[in-house]
Design a protein around this ligand. Sequence first.
Ligand code: PBG
Length: 330
Amino acid sequence: MKNDIGRLSLRRLRQNSHVRELVREHRVCVEQLIQPYFVVDGLKDREAVPGMTGTYRDTPDTLLAQIDRDMEAGVRKMLLFGVPAEKKDRAFTSDFTARQLAAIKRRFGADLFVAVDVCLCSYTTHGQCGILTAEGDHVENSATVTELAKAALGFAQAGADCVAPSDMMDGRIAAIRAALDGADLDRTLLMSYSAKFHSKFYGPFRAAADSAPKGAVALKDRATYQIDPGSPRDALASSLRDAEEGADILMVKPGLPYLDVLASLSRAIPTKPWAVYEVSGEYAALELMAEKGLVNGPAAHAESWTAFVRAGASMIITYGARYAQKWLNA
Ligand code: PBG
């Protein structure tokens, strides 16, 4: 016998692509991916986001043109971030974002699933995700939740298929669900960023969304509302609570650095679909390595996405969704 392993060989099932395809347990499909967009009020021309290949701060016009091109490339699900020109400290208006949602829906109708991020960090003068106390040392929970529910309702009325609160205030899922129910919007999905960690991997995003904490206020970061990286139990509690309050979809964010959390939460709460957000810093990290010739970028992205599906995600928010048809075959 040439091979004394014989009966015990595991390499028999790895020997060529036909066999590998037949035995593969997890695969990623373009249909699982959600493409994020940034639309910015008052911009003259669109601007590239540093480090984020293919990602722009769009004007309302360039946004529609970009979505058009992306739909040609197979994108059917999107997540919108609206960035208003005027920053305030309270009594926010989300009309700019609502108008963009309505325009997208007018143009693409049911061919495109449109989710929208609900948060106040792009709306505030200080970049915090809500209304600050007079001392500037704390984000007021209930005043913020009231604003979030108002914004989410406006977005749903403008035609969003899904509202996705990313602020991490207590009770916002219940408040948004109640606001939607009150307006008979019982088909709008509610996707909670339920396990959103206090991460450094959001760096490139904050430049895109004008949302870095800034200014002369006591609060300098988001540690008092986002989850501590060392506290997966908090992520479980937050996800259980948000499921209970009426979230349809739960999420882990960021992705790769929290793959253990995704794997354990998706098993702990198997009755809800799980989303994962491959955040700006993760996407940029692979792109920067690829640019330096250190990795095959497309194949590395596809490998990350496979890890998400293996860990239990049924959908992936990624800045690379528009390239997926190419990258998944790289
Ligand atoms: C808003 C929000 C953030 C992201 C999504 N929604 C940033 C933050 O919390 O600071 C991050 C997305 C990314 O990095 O790609 N609160």
